[in-house]
Each structure stands twice: as C-alpha cells, then as structure tokens.
Design a protein around this ligand. Structure first.
Ligand SMILES: Nc1nc2c(ncn2[C@@H]2O[C@H](COP(=O)(O)OP(=O)(O)OP(=O)(O)O)[C@@H](O)[C@H]2O)c(=O)[nH]1
Ligand SMILES: C[S@@+](CC[C@H](N)C(=O)[O-])C[C@H]1O[C@@H](n2cnc3c(N)ncnc32)[C@H](O)[C@@H]1O
Ligand code: SF4
Ligand code: SF4
Length: 344
C-alpha cells in the first residue's frame, strides 16, 4: 500500500485557517463514505438508484489524508455520513483512524446514520472516541417506517438506538417533517425522544435529486409546526449550537431539546461553516450548488502536498448560499445530485 504521508504533528492552532470570499471560516467537514444505503427513503432517493462505481471510491487511506489536511487547516468537527456510513465495509477501521485526531486538533468525530447497523457498531464507535450520533427516524409506526424507507425494519433501528445509549452515546433524532406523511407524529415523537433522553431535530425537506414523490405536496414549513407546538408547550430559546444549522429550544414540559433546520423557509447560509467530501473525493462547497474541487485527482496526481493548494482553490469557489425554491412552478429538483451523494 502506498504511504501517502508520514506522521507529523497537527496539534495546535491552524497556521492558515480556511476562510472563504465572504469571510466565513470553515471548521466543519462532512464526509460521505459511501453513496450506497440499505434504505431508499422517499425524500432522499428513488426506488432504483445508480450508485457511484466502486473503483472510484476513495480508500480509507485517502480519506484519512484528506481529513488530516483539513484538521491542519483548522477543521474541528468531522461528521461521517452517506448514503449509510455504517454499510461501508470495514467502516470501523476508518472511524478508529480518524478517532486518532481527537484532541490533536479535532474536537468532534461524529456520524449521521439511519441506525440499521448501529446495534453491532455502537460499542466500537464509543471506543473510537465518538460521543454523540444523529439517528434519522421519521416515524414510530412500523408500517409507515417501511413505507417511508421503502425497505427498512424499524426494529433494527430501535435495537441500534438501545445499543448506542447502552454504550453511552448521546443521541439526536433527525426527523424530516412531511405534510400528510408524518406531521401527525410530531408530538408523539417529541415525547418518545425526550422520554428516552434523546434530542429531536425537525428538518424541512430539500429539493435534491429525483426521488419519485411529489415534494411540493409534502413540503411543511417548520414555522407552521413551531407555532403549533408553541400553542401547546413552553418553548425556551437556547443559544447553544453544535456547529450545525439547527436552532434549538428547550421544551419545558418534557425537559428535552428540540431543533429546527429550516433551509427552505429561513436560510442560514450566512453563517455556513462547512464543506462536503463525496465518497469519490469531490469536495462540494455547498449542499445546494455544483461548485466543487476534485480532491481525488489532486491527491492521486500530486500526492498529499497538492491538497493544501486544492483547499485554497476550494475557498474561492464557495458560493454565498443555495437557490432552493419549491413550489408548483419549480417542482423539479434544484440539482440532479441526490442528498446521498453529498451526505446531507
Ligand atoms: N441546507 C443545508 N442543510 C444542511 C446543512 N448541514 C446539514 N443540513 C441538513 O440538516 C439535516 C441534519 O444534518 P445532520 O447530518 O444531522 O448534521 P448537523 O445538523 O450538522 O448535526 P449537529 O452536529 O447535530 O448540529 C440534514 O437533512 C442535512 O441535509 C447545510 O449546510 N445546509
Ligand atoms: C442523506 S442522510 C445520510 C446519513 C444516513 N443515511 C441517515 O439517513 O441518517 C443525512 C440526513 O439527510 C436527511 N435528508 C435526506 N434527504 C433529505 C432531503 N431531501 N431534505 C432534507 N433532509 C434530507 C436525512 O433525513 C438524514 O437525516
Ligand atoms: S436518508 Fe439516509 S437512510 Fe434514507 S435513503 Fe438517504 S441515505 Fe439512506
Ligand atoms: S446551503 Fe450551502 S451555503 Fe447554505 S448552509 Fe448549506 S452548505 Fe452552507
């Protein structure tokens, strides 16, 4: 195997932080380790997907080299995502490698997962230094779960959650709010999640990739949900941030934390701090735009030494924000690229 770099000290302050043209500092890297998934959630994928060729997928050594370059430039948070990160073969090998950067520049290593494989990986994740996970779950009803995921078994996810909590991992549940699909379950989910010590974050559906369902009908602005919840519960605004896009409140009646991610109704791009690496090594500067730098090409043609320059080029390309529009006259996806490619 080619050794891409020798061990060097990446501890301490970044010498040249990553700052874009709008003065935003990049401190958060999302890494899609695979675009494949064992589910086909209706808002994310179509029933029949063509996945990226396996031969083009970055090796763990290449991902490691790229993450290292980012940490050296001031990235403090890395999230593994996908597709489903836990379906990539030998994924724990990568988690352990990246866990080695914790305390040496990296402050948080975490994952977003559908939970289906969590039961067998929870202890390993905790041992590698992961402290919290975001688990996507849009319903508590087994039949509805099977419909939304087009093939998932809720029992597997619940067993995964149990194992993760046993392993001491903090859990935030991600729920995409969909009108006419799961909007009758917001309050039950809130009580269920908070009752077991998990946070709950509601998300507005975004128009990425052709998925075979009518996104316009399903779109539910979270302002509407927030008003509905505020009529029943006392919501106290929290200033806490995880470095992600959610805005949080405490629900006084349950004592738990509720988050709102509102890319459609309230754009949070002015405070964007993140970039995204796909499984095949393209660094996208925005979830909702096409601007990218190919780090796989940079690495394979120029070695690790070429990464720094590629990151500088990337900063010049980061756009101001997305241009998502979702209404009857814009029913097409904003981009053909599915969420599972860019990792959400
Ligand atoms: N438009 C937009 N959506 C985002 C961005 N980051 C995350 N999301 C969406 O937010 C939802 C939840 O993302 P997660 O993977 O849980 O990550 P996070 O919100 O950063 O997580 P925390 O670290 O817990 O704050 C997903 O639907 C993402 O697609 C972003 O930069 N822009
Ligand atoms: C793409 S998934 C990848 C990680 C993992 N498979 C999972 O589902 O948690 C990351 C997050 O994006 C969310 N997501 C997927 N498609 C979305 C869309 N069109 N709009 C908003 N959120 C979406 C999912 O609900 C999930 O919370
Ligand atoms: S949201 Fe996650 S679990 Fe669902 S299809 Fe997309 S990648 Fe898979
Ligand atoms: S849509 Fe693009 S610019 Fe806006 S927060 Fe997300 S990644 Fe950042």
């Amino acid at each position: 195997m080619t050794v891409l770099f020798q061990s060097a000290d990446i501890d301490g302050a970044a010498t040249r932080p990553l700052v874009d043209r709008f003065g935003r500092t990049i401190s958060y890297l999302r890494v899609s380790v695979t675009d494949r998934c064992d589910f086909r959630c209706v808002y994310c994928m179509s029933e029949h997907m063509t996945f990226l060729p396996k031969k083009d997928v970055l090796s763990f050594e290449e991902i490691d080299a790229i993450v290292r370059a980012f940490v050296a430039r001031g990235v403090r948070k890395v999230r593994l995502t996908g597709g489903e990160p836990l379906v990539r073969r030998d994924i724990m090998e990568l988690v352990r490698k990246l866990g080695g950067y914790l305390g040496k520049g990296l402050e948080e290593l975490t994952l977003t997962t559908n939970g289906s494989q969590l039961a067998r990986h929870a202890e390993g994740l905790a041992a590698a230094g992961v402290r919290r996970l975001n688990v996507s779950l849009d319903t508590l009803d087994p039949a509805r779960f099977a419909e939304i995921t087009r093939r998932g078994r809720i029992e597997d996810v619940l067993a995964g959650l149990e194992a993760a909590q046993q392993a001491g991992l903090a859990i935030k549940i991600n729920m995409v709010a969909m009108r006419g699909v799961n909007d009758d379950e917001i309050e039950p989910m809130l009580h269920w999640a908070h009752g077991r010590g998990c946070g709950l974050t509601l998300i507005e559906g975004m128009p990425l990739g052709e998925v075979g369902v009518d996104r316009v009908d399903q779109y539910l602005p979270l302002k509407e949900l927030r008003d509905r919840l505020a009529a029943r519960y006392t919501l106290t605004r929290l200033n806490q941030t995880t470095g992600g896009p959610a805005r949080y409140v405490r629900v006084e009646e349950t004592g738990g934390v509720l988050g709102f991610i509102t890319p459609m109704s309230h754009n949070f791009c002015e405070s964007c701090n993140r970039v995204r690496l796909t499984a095949t090594g393209q660094l996208y500067m925005c979830l909702g735009q096409e601007d990218m730098v190919d780090l796989r090409v940079a690495l394979r043609e120029g070695g690790v030494g070429a990464l720094d320059g590629a990151l500088d080029r990337a900063m010049l390309l980061k756009p101001k924000g997305h241009d998502f529009v979702l209404d009857r006259s814009h029913a097409e996806p904003a981009l053909t690229r599915h969420m599972s490619v860019t990792g959400g």
